[in-house]
Design a protein around this ligand. Structure first.
Ligand code: HEC
Length: 128
């Protein structure tokens, strides 16, 4: 290997390193945004969120009504309240110690990514 080849290889490694660094650095931002399509699946799937056992959500057959209608509830939340909405899903006991809503985050029923996805879906219910 000539001196030039070694220099070129080092250059490539540096670029690959930088690319990986930026990809990893971007993940939390992307993850926080949440995927509304996945979120819809999570809230209506029995083995995942099963939110519809207690909450009205649109286009669902006979949703429950133990909890508030989430379409109505979401109208009161702006994007600035995203942390509160997330907290409701993660662990509602922060707002009501006697809540019957399962602490999806604290009990690891849903992963932080799944909670972000569910919250992203809830925000699609906001009427502009
Ligand atoms: C066992 C019933 C139950 C399940 C399952 C449930 N919730 Fe709830 N949820 C409630 C109740 C009851 C409330 C009303 C607040 C309280 O607990 O005092 C509530 C409140 C909320 C609120 C706050 C609404 C407001 O008026 O500000 C949000 C947001 C919410 N739930 C989202 C979800 C999501 C998303 C899921 C599924 C991942 C879910 N809930 C699953 C019972 C439930």
């Amino acid at each position: 290997m000539s001196v030039m080849d070694t220099a070129r290889t080092k250059g490539h490694l540096l670029w690959a390193g930088a690319a990986i660094f930026f990809m990893v650095a971007a993940i939390p931002v992307w993850a926080h945004a949440g995927n509304a399509k996945e979120g819809r699946k999570i809230v209506i799937t029995k083995k995942l969120g099963n939110c519809i056992a207690c909450h009205y959500l649109p286009n669902v057959e006979s949703p429950g009504n133990i909890g508030p209608n989430l379409v109505k509830a979401m109208q009161a939340y702006s994007m600035a309240d995203r942390a509160d909405v997330t907290q409701w899903v993660r662990d509602a006991r922060k707002f009501n110690p006697h809540t019957i809503m399962p602490p999806f985050g604290a009990n690891k029923i849903l992963t932080p990514q799944q909670i972000d996805d569910a919250v992203a879906y809830l925000y699609t219910l906001k009427k502009q």
